[in-house]
Design a protein around this ligand. Sequence first.
Ligand code: NDP
Length: 449
Amino acid sequence: MDQVMSQLKEKDPEQREFHQAVEEVLESVKPVLDRNMEYRQLAVLQRITEPERVILFRVPWMDDQGQVHVNRGFRVEMNSALGPYKGGLRFHPSVNLGIMKFLAFEQVFKNSLTTLSMGGGKGGSDFDPKGKSDNEVMRFCQSFMAELSRHIGPNTDVPAGDIGVGAREIGFLFGMYKKLRNEFTGVLTGKSLSWGGSLIRPEATGYGNVYFAAEMLAEHGETFYGKVCLVSGSGNVAQFTTEKILELGGKVVTLSDSSGYIYDEAGIDADKLAFVKLLKNVRRGRISEYAEKYQEAVYVPSDSSLDHNPLWRHKADCAFPCATENEINGKDGLSLIEGGVRLVSEGANMPSTPEAVDVYLDNKLLYGPGKAANAGGVAVSGLEMSQNSMRLSWPREEVDNRLKDIMKAIHKTCLHAAEDYGVKGNYVAGANIAGFVKVVNAMLDQGLV
Ligand code: NDP
């Protein structure tokens, strides 16, 4: 394992997030390798950490003033042992190959846990949709799809949304794919309801995150009722995590964006959440405007000179990081413990640094890692693919019940795998082991390809 890790670092020294994601999985699966000595000769670790294919392309587009810009597009097709590549597209200035590979790698194990037939991939661009007009976003999406369309398809690779890619972007991307290929197929998920989308897809990651957390609480005879919760982010995942916590009787006191966070001790109720949805999804405003509207709330701007994020210092019972990777460091982890937090459930991908994860495990927190806790989004994307293939759409209640059942199944799978390999109650090890074993077995069944 050390050898595999040092080879990865030597080959691509700048891909820090990818190394971090691989290191976490390799640590967890050590007992699996000990039980299966033949894996070494079969180079299972080398094979699973090398993408099947990486596509890197130029995306030229013109702004409203006639100025031409060039961004970089990516699609990492990581592993197709369990089905077509599946994973979101991210449009954010921080996007680079290392981030794409980390997200694609995580996606492989997450998709494996969902019980559905999906391989893992991820893509995106360093394009920033913030501050761009709808026409600029459309021209960018069309240019991006002009290249991506050669590589994807409903049985090959089915992208979805992620940071910076919501319903508007999926619409523009789908329209261009349809025009280029002259076919109306389920090549993207997260589509609008009236043209092939699934009910509950927008809600799925956030709702699934809370369903997973509810299962962790239930293991200890507890519920959400009366629990105070910290939520970060204010995008898709944060909004629907908040909505489901409220529905189950909890109270959410924080939300954030990359400029800062708000703390509302009275709680973000349904009316305030409706304002956040309007602010973020329609007006595309900043979370600071929440504190302008609701005077009882405090707005704290981000301060990059700090070695901690003050959002995680507020007293609470549960924390739901739903913004981005590495948003909770070791110091923030300790703040959570000091503030009384007993449960962390990750809506975002890899939001906790390895130091933070150590703090959670040392303090026996109920810790739901992203690849298990936020798998509800891709699970309902899988259900959207099924509905598209059958040219049917299931009612809201049916999709929600399937989502609940999948989250319960993932929770159980993690617990069983952890117990089977001698790390009872450790969800991070359980998720990594269960996800890994299923993918590796499929890879070995399919020969050396
Ligand atoms: P959105 O674009 O809808 O929202 C992202 C939120 O996070 C925004 O509030 C954004 O603030 C904030 N944010 C983004 N980057 C940073 C940063 N570097 N520092 C601080 N805040 C930041 O994305 P989603 O809600 O879809 O995704 C959030 C997380 O959930 C990501 O980690 C994503 O990979 C993960 N995820 C999403 C799924 C989905 O179905 N959408 C599925 C599974 C995981 P701002 O507006 O200022 O950029």
